[in-house]
Design a binder for this molecule. Structure first.
Ligand code: 5AD
Ligand code: FES
Length: 345
């Protein structure tokens, strides 16, 4: 396998058969993780970037089969942060050293084009040295453009799976794979730093689907790639589906690092949820970003995409202190920096 790992590191792509071997073959994964870590250190040293995650709404008009805040989950507790609450989160975050705010929410129609435009402008006015990332789902290109013009720097929209048939198994008929991919291309064309990504071992996922994901990454060349294990939520149709594994998720993190050496790759909360050291292991397998939660503690539990989500009880200050310890224990350090993509194009 060493030859295959070296080939991927040099050429950033493989044949289907080779991908298959690295994704699901039996071999000592520590070789793969070590190579991914070596490449990450060449590009980013031991720096780990932090993004302050503000979960601005748990209302969602969509009905993704895997997601705990899907509209047909009548048990979901819904909330929406006010502008004042969001700005307070930003202030707390700034004092703690955050220079990137990620505003994420369900697809909430309350957030009109103008509303988000004003919010972004206000944050950029107060914190001109900070980067603003939006993660508000699929919108019209004109909305994305307006928010970019208002100062938004980045947009996260996971593609969820690069296989159309698989996409249709994870989503209701009214959601379209083509539209999601179109949104990603629109965002990139506008000028955003764009993040896509997928769940590992989501229901019905095959190794061919994962190969399609890797090919999509090669083609689309995102700046960021967010992945995490699928974790069932008890109030969704996928409640009885098995959780994604630690090893498969770490394998995919490392393969993404070798495929896109410059990518910003978060070690996600979902990874930390399935294993006590999941996020540390993610960093050691090639990830270089963590996203501590800046949302008010009073709403944390209500942003419940999957069961047993960690970090729902801690104030932002405790979260960042805990994260600093964890990152240091893995051999890296958190830096006060916007953490922009260090690529060439
Ligand atoms: N398990 C893991 N990740 C999930 N997401 C949504 N539901 C789940 C789940 N049950 C991820 C999706 C989405 C992101 C915000 O959270 O990939 O894009
Ligand atoms: Fe909200 Fe999927 S359930 S976007």
């Amino acid at each position: 396998m060493r030859e295959l790992i070296d080939k991927l590191a040099a050429e950033h792509d493989l044949t289907d058969e080779e991908w298959k071997q690295l994704i699901e073959g039996e071999y000592d994964r520590s070789l793969l993780y070590a190579k991914a870590d070596e490449i990450r250190r060449q590009k980013y040293g031991t720096d780990v970037y932090i993004r302050g995650l503000i979960e601005i709404s748990s209302y969602c008009r969509n009905d993704c089969l895997y997601c705990g805040i899907r509209r047909s989950n009548s048990h979901a507790q819904r909330y929406r942060l006010s502008k004042e609450q969001i700005l307070e989160c930003c202030q707390t975050g700034y004092e703690l050293g955050f220079r990137t705010y990620v505003m994420q929410g369900g697809e909430d129609t309350f957030f009109t084009t103008e509303y988000v435009t004003e919010l972004v402008s206000e944050i950029k006015k107060r914190y001109p040295d900070c980067s603003v990332t939006l993660s508000l789902g699929e919108r019209e290109k004109a909305d994305y453009q307006a928010w970019y013009d208002a100062g938004a720097d980045r947009y996260l929209l996971r593609h969820e799976t690069a296989d159309r048939l698989h996409y249709e198994k994870l989503h209701p008929a009214e959601l379209s794979y083509d539209h999601r991919i179109q949104c990603l291309y629109d965002l990139k064309e506008i000028g955003y730093q764009v993040g896509c990504g997928f769940m590992v071992e989501s229901p019905c996922q095959t190794v061919e689907n994962l190969i399609a994901d890797m090919r999509f990454l090669r083609k689309f060349q995102p700046h960021m790639v967010g992945i995490g294990p699928f974790i069932p939520h008890h109030d969704t149709p996928f409640r009885d589906k098995p959780q994604g594994s630690l090893e498969k998720t770490l394998t995919m993190v490392a393969l993404i690092r070798l495929t896109l050496p410059q990518a910003l790759i978060p070690s996600t909360t979902a990874l930390g949820t399935i294993h006590p050291q999941g996020r540390e292991l993610g960093l050691k397998a090639g990830a270089n970003v963590v996203m501590p939660n800046l949302s008010p503690v009073s709403v944390r539990k209500q942003y419940s995409l999957y069961d047993n989500k960690i970090c729902t009880g801690d104030e932002a200050a405790e979260c960042i202190a805990c994260m600093k310890r964890r990152v240091a224990s893995a051999g890296y350090q958190i830096v006060v920096d916007r953490g922009d993509w260090r690529g060439s194009s």
